[in-house]
Design a protein around this ligand. Structure first.
Ligand code: F6R
Length: 269
């Protein structure tokens, strides 16, 4: 796991935009996993500013969708992904996929979604946010660490957190169709973004706490290529932030007085 702590939202936009474009240009990124919510917005802005035809040729898979929310609703993830990802990145809508939370048979829709991801060759890079409950996708605490796409009930805390997107708290749907933790772990690479003090506890649990279903994001400790990009507030409860800054500075070629071989301890995991 690599932890990158940056000062401003603009820095996050620049770092993640450069990161993803490099992966695309190097031929390692054809299928992008996309998250919704506030956290990944700088990522999409950064990538839109660096647009090339190869960006426009990406296939995308969203993590989740509310169950029973009409897709014409501006906060359905079909609508959010179209507005925040498909349009700014000029993707072909036929290559942008979102779980079908309005399917008559949700279990079948979940299985179809898994098949579609597999048929596409799998997700090359998965963008993630994190909920205050420690969820990724909508895998709330006690989710199986091996779970696949399925129906989940949102935690009351998540419904309260997402009430800001709806006219009234009771209008936040209570069910969702979400990729599982096992599905997310199948991505070749993970790029998580978290900003703000409200995420500090979940981030500390995910990065430095035990591997536990009580903090679903802690499952990223099992992933060999996970990068977590934070602002100072989201990083504020980390015990080892000096170490993360030191590793990142090394990778950026900034030498440290105590360092014997700057190339050696730089690691992506
Ligand atoms: C939604 C999703 C969620 C969000 C998380 C954080 O697709 O994957 O895990 O990333 O709820 O949302 P924000 O960034 O709005 O706090």
């Amino acid at each position: 796991m690599q932890i990158v702590i940056l000062a401003t939202t603009d820095d996050i936009e620049t770092f993640t935009g450069d990161y993803i474009l490099n992966r695309i240009e190097a031929g390692h990124l054809r299928v992008l996993g996309v998250a919704t919510g506030s956290s990944p917005l700088p990522v999409y802005r950064g990538l839109a500013k660096r647009w090339t035809p190869k960006v426009g040729a990406l296939t995308a898979f969203a993590l989740d969708e509310y169950v029973g929310l009409d897709y014409s609703h501006p906060e359905s993830y079909h609508a959010v992904v179209d507005r925040e990802v498909t349009q700014p990145l000029r993707l072909d809508p036929m290559r942008v996929h979102v779980p079908d939370g309005n399917a008559p048979d949700l279990d079948a829709a979940a299985a179809d979604y898994e098949s579609l991801i597999a048929q596409s060759g799998g997700v090359d890079l998965q963008i993630l946010g994190i909920g205050t409950t420690g969820h990724i996708g909508f895998n709330e605490p006690t989710s199986s660490l091996n779970s696949r796409t399925r129906v989940k009930t949102l935690a009351l805390q998540t419904r309260a957190d997402n009430a800001r997107f709806f006219d009234a708290p009771e209008l936040v749907p209570s069910l969702c169709l979400t990729q599982g933790l096992g599905t997310i772990l199948d991505a070749a690479e993970i790029l998580m973004v978290a900003q703000g003090e409200s995420k500090a506890h979940a981030i500390a649990q995910a990065v430095e706490g035990p591997l536990t279903a009580m903090c679903p994001a802690s499952v990223l400790q099992l992933h060999p290529r996970a990068t977590i990009v934070l602002d100072e507030a989201a990083a504020s409860e980390l015990l080892h932030s000096d170490y993360y800054r030191y590793v990142f500075a090394q990778q950026r070629g900034i030498t440290h007085p105590g360092l014997i071989d700057p190339g050696r301890s730089a690691t992506a995991n």
